[in-house]
Structures are given as C-alpha cells and as structure tokens.
Design a protein. Sequence first.
Length: 94
Amino acid sequence: MSDADRNNIVTINTEWLSDCSGCHVAIVDLHEKILNVLQSVRIQRCPVLTDIKDYPKARVGLVSGAIRTEHDRHAAEETRKSCELVIAWGSCAV
C-alpha cells in the first residue's frame, strides 16, 4: 500500500451504548470479508474488536444504541469530541 493510499484510509471509532449489540455483532459476522473493508478503513475503537478504553481522534464515529445511563452519556460525548462526523446506526439508535 502506498503512502497516498494510507492517507486516504478513513479512521473509524464505534461506540456501543444501551442496545441489543446486533450492529457490532454484524461487524464480526463479516468474517474474512472484513479484510476487504480494512483496505479502505482503519477501525481504531470498536468494543467487539479492540480493547481500547480511550477515544482516539477519528474521521467517523458510529454510535449504536440509546443514552440511558451516565456511562452512555459520557461515551456519546467523548465520541462527539473525538470524531469529525458522528453517525447513529441501527434500529436501537435514538
């Protein structure tokens, strides 16, 4: 992969609030197809794939679930601070 290609890779953080976890499980269910996805994106923070506790800077933040607890509120706020664009995804996202 060239330096130009590396510079075009989109960094992604995901956050799992109060939800059924189906959206994050769907990422894992990609199995080997995730290798194709990883040619275009770098998943930095994802509860089912990484053990990262902080909120690294990212271009895109994907948030699933609803804010029901103080932990959820904190996680949503930290995701907002660390990501240029935040997208709510899944049927649990409110």
